[in-house]
Design a protein around this ligand. Structure first.
Ligand SMILES: NC(=O)C1=CN([C@@H]2O[C@H](COP(=O)(O)OP(=O)(O)OC[C@H]3O[C@@H](n4cnc5c(N)ncnc54)[C@H](O)[C@@H]3O)[C@@H](O)[C@H]2O)C=CC1
Ligand SMILES: O=C(O)[C@@H]1CCC=N1
Length: 277
């Protein structure tokens, strides 16, 4: 991790799947556990985090007061009711709020925090847990360069980061990388099921599918060739792969993926409209 000039104390408001993926990734990089606060309504759900040396609390205001950088990691539907009571804790110092909530805009968060807070909106993904996250980030006008570096340090400790200048691009980032891991998991499940239908045991179908996904991702990430070129390298003319590719194409895989990602981005827009007041 590239350490910022001043290493911030972090607070996670909500210690569910996404927060745990980032926390787990940070701890693996050696980020000091005692500089992380985690806040949840049920303290006992954080026993494991406490055992790892994190500070835990069931009072979000305590976590906010103790932190420089606060990661808002509750469901979008809960963000308003979580933030309204935090107005006084938030306004006492120069704090940076990093929201990972899908859809919810900086303006809504500021309205609920009752001020002109420095807010980074971030769309991370769960591979952060293994240091392979892919996060899109957007900073509002109140975010200083130092705060931007701090937010980047946290997210780049657990994967790659890409900053965008237009907040609305976070809808597309949600469709690509925020939700993206689920598409690959779904595809893996389909391949495992199809392998089983062709006579393989679940164990063998699973092992081969997962290693194939890992290998394909590794080549795609380390090779200069585009994924389309790599596909052609596997698909010998008149060979076996070609038939699979033709089958995908005849069922308009591109269109299927485009529709799914449009549905994802539409939902992100919808959440902003439904919940943003
Ligand atoms: N799961 C994912 O892959 C991704 C999730 N996100 C975003 O991350 C946020 C959290 O999602 P998940 O971690 O999947 O959900 P989750 O349900 O696993 O975690 C949310 C946590 O918030 C806690 N919580 C509920 N009420 C609370 C309160 N009043 N104060 C503090 N904590 C409270 C819940 O107990 C739960 O542990 C969402 O806004 C989502 O849009 C963003 C990118 C990817
Ligand atoms: O499904 C969701 O709403 C969250 C946001 C991106 C990934 N998971």
């Amino acid at each position: 991790m590239t350490q910022p000039a001043k290493q911030p104390t972090l607070a996670f408001i909500g210690a569910g799947n996404m927060a745990r993926a980032i926390i787990g990734g940070l701890l693996k990089t050696g980020f000091p556990a005692d500089r992380i606060w985690a806040s949840e309504p049920a303290l006992d759900r954080m026993d494991d985090l406490k055992a790892q040396g994190l500070n835990t609390t069931d009072d979000n205001a305590v976590a906010v007061k103790n932190a420089d950088l606060i990661v808002l990691a509750v469901k979008p539907q809960l963000l308003k009711e979580v933030l309204l009571p935090l107005q006084s804790a938030a306004s006492t110092e120069d704090k940076l709020f990093v929201s990972v909530a899908a859809g919810i805009t900086c303006d809504s968060i500021n309205q609920w925090l009752g001020g002109q807070q420095a807010i980074v909106r971030c769309m991370p993904n769960t591979p952060a847990l293994v240091g392979m996250g892919a996060s899109g980030l957007y900073a509002n006008a109140q975010v200083s360069e130092e705060q931007k570096t701090q937010a980047d340090s946290v997210l780049s400790a657990v994967g790659i980061t890409a900053w965008v200048d237009e907040e609305s691009l976070l809808h597309a980032i949600t469709a690509v990388s925020g939700s993206g891991p689920a598409y690959y998991f779904l595809f893996m499940e389909s391949m495992i099921s199809a392998g089983i239908k062709q006579g393989l045991s679940r164990e063998v179908a699973t092992q081969l599918t997962l290693q194939t996904a890992r290998g394909a991702a590794e080549i795609a990430c380390t090779n200069d060739s585009t994924p389309a070129e790599l596909c052609r390298q596997v698909a010998s003319p008149k060979g076996t792969t070609e038939q699979a590719i033709l089958s995908f194409q005849s069922q308009q895989l591109d269109q299927v993926v485009e529709n799914a990602m449009a549905a994802c981005a539409d939902r992100s827009h919808e959440l902003a409209k439904l919940l943003g007041e």
